[in-house]
Design a protein around this ligand. Structure first.
Ligand SMILES: [Zn+2]
Ligand SMILES: [Zn+2]
Length: 245
């Protein structure tokens, strides 16, 4: 199994990084985790075969995690000539959010017929979902009041276990989702400043022993965090980074 950070940036391009998108691949696995507004550009820059991706797993509907979906879907329709089925899975509300984002990006596009089968799956929190050779456990996290729900994910694939916090301030739900993970990808938005609805490196460190991941990689860093790397002792994502899982 390998995971490539297609994009590890925050919403506003801190450090010139692409929006959140991770590509998880293995012998029987090929999925994206999040697809932010700039992700199609990043996928093309890295030469990633888009038609081989059978699942896009969405943590929440903010544009830096979900805004790339119209570009991915319409690229699949018109340019990559996709014929393989595609599943997009995410929090409850995904179907309406999908219609909204498609219509906002390209009016009429949510209702256009496709040359490939597109399935939209709304994942209930705290229930295991199995599809495309992976097990996905989602849990609700704390990233806002009105534009959620917001998920963190615990993914089991090919006997490996990957957890991703999504965007969230600290919540004990992250302990359950990340405990003993082979790889925990954690938001580390700021170094120590408490930014509402986001996770700081300091807050994460205070709880890290309880999560006890085998490997931790930090992502979704703002300029403050990116500017203090000399004080950071854990691995940090970069766009294009490939890690074995
Ligand atoms: Zn974000
Ligand atoms: Zn967000």
């Amino acid at each position: 199994m390998q995971l490539q950070f297609v994009g590890c940036g925050d919403a506003f391009g801190s450090g010139g990084r692409f929006n959140t998108c991770f590509h998880l691949t293995g012998a029987r696995t090929n999925c994206l985790i999040d697809c932010g507004a700039t992700s199609l550009v990043a996928l093309k820059r890295l030469g990633i075969e888009r038609n081989a991706i059978d699942l896009i797993l969405i943590t929440h509907f903010h544009a830096d995690h979900f805004g790339g979906v119209p570009f991915f879907v319409l690229d699949a329709q018109f340019f990559s000539k996709r014929s393989q089925p595609l599943t997009i899975a995410g929090p409850i509300g995904l179907k309406q959010a999908y219609a909204n984002v498609m219509e906002t990006a390209f009016a009429g596009s949510s209702r256009a017929s496709r040359k490939f089968e597109l399935s939209l799956v709304e994942l209930a929190p705290d229930k295991l979902w199995h599809a495309h050779n992976i097990d996905v456990l989602s849990t609700r996290v704390r990233h806002g009041e009105v534009d959620g729900p917001f998920h963190a994910y615990r993914i089991t694939a090919e006997k490996r276990f990957i957890a991703y916090t999504g965007d969230t301030e600290w919540t004990d739900a992250l302990i359950g989702i990340g405990r003993d993970a082979d790889l925990l990808i954690a938001e580390s938005y700021s170094f120590e400043k408490k930014v509402p609805l986001h996770l700081s490196y300091r807050s994460l460190l205070e709880q890290l022993a309880a999560i006890n991941p085998k490997r931790l990689i930090l992502t979704h860093m703002n300029d403050d965090m990116l500017g203090r790397t000399i004080e950071v002792t854990h691995e940090r994502a970069t766009d294009g980074l490939i890690v074995a899982v």
